[in-house]
Design a protein around this ligand. Structure first.
Ligand code: ZN
Length: 306
């Protein structure tokens, strides 16, 4: 399991990129070597690339900044004043504080942040205006201040005609149990825990249990694009056959943590060790969500590091 995690976590594997496709091929081979037949689901995908890294000056001082995926470029250097505006939600779940960069009266871009932690993130809807993400320490400095001067630049490119690939094992059962994990990662991260660990755990189960269907989704890090597409393309009868969806995500470090549908909580509690924290309110940011929304019972394995 560790060998596989190491092998696929050498570089970041952003959905749609060549590196992600290389990892796809490794995973297909692995599943085939375990005796599974594979179906590939190829899906059109809009990719994104930073051409020139973001730069941001606040009141003439250089500030550490991250780009926000699926946001546009500045035309040269954008100069303006910062004004707080409505917050933004990503992944249907995470709330970000948002500022407009206003040049005269026009909004030319945005700065987003959170008071606790930030992580590389995309905005769910493609935006022509550029977004810049700043750390909580910067938020503390700009909060409650007025007439903050901004200078910012970024160049990014949308790439059409890209594809992502869900890897699905063939299974003709009338009552299906699916185990899923996603294999893409965020930009600039090896994604060992997030989520090569889940892929590794799935492979361990796939070694011995041939009755289960296994799905390795791609583009989870793009608001669950892979799993959303999979569920969207299922026919009603196919959806009905799914009795349980088990989702494994970031199980590499920390205390075991489980989220499950209320309906099946008693069974889950009986099976899991008493030390596992169990929550019965499934929430949007994970691959089980598109299934759960369609009425499929779900179990989600995660870990929390404290
Ligand atoms: Zn992730």
């Amino acid at each position: 399991m560790l060998k596989l995690i190491k092998e696929i976590s050498k570089k970041s594997r952003v959905a749609g990129t060549e590196q992600c496709n290389k990892v796809r091929d490794i995973l297909i081979k692995k599943l085939e070597s375990l005796g599974h037949q594979i179906e590939i689901q190829k899906l059109p995908f809009i990719g994104w690339e930073v051409i020139v890294k973001p730069k941001l000056k606040i009141n003439n001082k250089n500030i550490e900044v991250l780009p926000v995926i699926w946001s546009g470029s500045t035309k040269g250097i954008l100069k303006g004043i910062l004004k707080e505006t409505s917050s933004i939600k990503t992944f249907e779940a995470y709330k970000w504080i948002r500022y407009k960069i206003v040049d005269g009266i026009k909004t030319k871009g945005y700065v987003i942040t959170r008071p606790d932690i930030i992580w590389l993130q995309l905005i769910d809807q493609k935006s022509k205006l550029p977004y810049f993400m700043v750390h909580p320490k910067t938020y503390k400095k700009i909060k409650d201040k007025k007439n903050i001067k901004i200078e910012a630049s970024i160049k990014s490119k949308f790439i059409k005609n890209q594809f992502i690939y869900n890897i699905i094992t063939k299974n003709n059962s009338k009552k299906k149990i699916i185990v899923c994990a996603y294999y893409d990662s965020i930009l600039n991260a090896p994604g060992a825990n997030d989520n090569a660990s889940g892929v590794g755990a799935l492979m361990e189960i796939a070694k011995t249990n041939k009755n289960i269907q296994y799905i390795l989704f791609s583009a989870e890090e793009f608001n669950k694009y892979g799993s959303y597409s999979y569920v969207r393309l299922l026919k009603k009868e196919q959806l009905k056959k799914i009795k349980l969806l088990i989702n494994i995500d970031m199980v590499g470090c920390g205390k075991p943590f489980c989220i499950c549908s209320k309906k099946i909580q008693n069974t889950i509690k009986k099976i899991l060790p008493k030390t596992t924290q169990i929550i019965t309110h499934p929430s949007p940011p994970f691959d089980y969500w598109p299934f759960y929304k369609k009425g499929v019972d779900v179990v989600f394995f995660w870990s929390v590091s404290l």
